[in-house]
Design a protein around this ligand. Structure first.
Ligand SMILES: NC(=O)c1ccc[n+]([C@@H]2O[C@H](COP(=O)([O-])OP(=O)(O)OC[C@H]3O[C@@H](n4cnc5c(N)ncnc54)[C@H](O)[C@@H]3O)[C@@H](O)[C@H]2O)c1
Ligand SMILES: [Zn+2]
Length: 353
């Protein structure tokens, strides 16, 4: 697929058995000879060898940089350490970066690519469903700080994205399921037909390939209209995320995976949409049913402290000048930024979760 991300164009390949062809694709789309492969220990143990072999046989020189898995390591210090290792390996402004892993690796490797020698090309090889349908597309890169997620970052579109469906076979079930939160989000904000299709989802491989492609299209089209997140178009992708991020934070980024927190955020945002945007009640119920059907949580644990979530909502960066920019859906397949959602609406929706 050819993707437009702002003024940039890049290829996304979605198919089985692609890791063995990374060298071939890199050779076709990048006129460069040296690269860093950035990966986490889990993913590197499974897939780095295949990627290295493929690059070697296409004539590339490569350096594998492994970092421990997990969001905790998505920091500025870690990005600096990666840059130091790239310098030590003799990589220069003619090199490129491959990010081999989930969204965490995609974000930090993209950030490194954006700042190394003021920017070198980035190849994304996403290995989680979430990264394939969401984080590898759109050019948002960055790291976390002590105070919050993704507070430091750069827009840097990838030059090439390679989605090998085979890697999903080793992805733990919970990690796989969380990808569906972003898929359902895409369906709710932009694609009623995909929503229907998901209602009878059986999970066969050819269907998964089509589904991933469809989600890449949806995300990239929205991003192309508003690459830098300025006009409000890209903000539609934050449906379910204002409350979702707060839930993630309230659970100390341990209790819920991102997609699980977003699933709960979608439930709350749907309830608010019924109140404030005229979403028909049966459509709100259908959204909750679909999340549950695809293995995602739709209720908070009974004794989970709701106040922690509300405090975290107030911390969210989507509050601009004290006003809440809250994404609502008036019907499945459409969304807009509402200005009539109050903190009380959010409190009520969180209490009911
Ligand atoms: N840039 C964006 O637009 C954007 C969008 C959404 C999320 N994100 C970011 O993405 C990150 C979350 O990404 P994620 O959910 O992919 O998590 P992740 O990258 O932390 O991966 C989750 C876990 O799965 C393991 N793993 C990955 N692929 C595997 C495979 N094929 N087989 C076995 N294990 C595998 C990893 O080692 C890790 O332990 C967060 O940092 C979030 O901020 C970014
Ligand atoms: Zn998300």
């Amino acid at each position: 697929m050819q993707i437009r991300g702002g003024p940039h164009r890049y290829r996304v390949v979605v198919d089985a058995d692609l890791l063995a062809q990374v060298g071939k694709y890199a050779h076709t789309y990048l006129a460069r000879e040296t690269c860093a492969i950035i990966s986490d220990n889990n993913v590197a143990a499974l897939y780095a060898e295949q990627v290295k072999q493929s690059l070697s046989s296409a004539g590339f020189r490569h350096t594998l940089i492994r970092i421990p898995a997990g969001e905790k390591l998505k920091t500025l210090e870690q990005a600096g350490a990666i840059c130091d290792r790239m310098i030590a390996a003799g990589l220069d402004r003619k090199s490129f970066v491959i990010g081999l892993g989930g969204g965490m690796i995609g974000d930090i490797s993209g950030f490194v690519a954006a700042i190394y020698h003021r920017g070198i090309p980035h190849v994304q090889i996403p290995t989680t469903l979430l990264a394939m349908v969401d984080s590898s597309i759109g050019g948002k890169t960055g790291v976390d700080t002590r105070d919050g997620k993704n507070l430091i970052g750069v827009f840097h579109q990838p030059s090439l994205v390679i989605d090998d469906l085979d890697v999903l076979k080793t992805l733990p079930r919970r990690q796989f399921n969380q990808g569906f939160a972003e898929i359902i989000k895409h369906a709710v904000v932009a694609d009623a037909k995909m929503f229907q299709m998901l209602q009878s989802w059986k999970g066969a491989t050819p269907a998964l390939q089509r589904l991933i492609k469809r989600n890449i299209q949806i995300k990239s089209r929205i991003v192309a209209k508003d690459e830098r997140d300025r006009t409000g178009e890209r903000a539609l992708l934050n449906f379910g995320h204002t409350i979702g991020h707060a839930i993630e934070r309230a659970g100390n980024y341990r209790k819920f995976l991102h997609g699980e927190a977003v699933s709960l955020g979608i439930v709350a945002a749907s309830a608010i949409s019924i109140q404030r945007a005229g979403l028909p009640e049966d459509q709100g119920a259908a959204i909750v049913d679909l999340l549950a059907r695809l293995g995602l949580p739709t209720r908070l644990p009974r004794n989970f402290p709701r106040t922690k979530i509300l405090n975290a909502v107030k911390f969210d960066k989507k509050f601009e000048g004290g006003k809440i920019r809250f994404i609502v859906t008036p019907r499945i397949g459409a969304a807009y930024v509402a200005d009539n959602v109050t903190v009380d609406d959010i409190c009520e929706a969180v209490q009911q979760l």
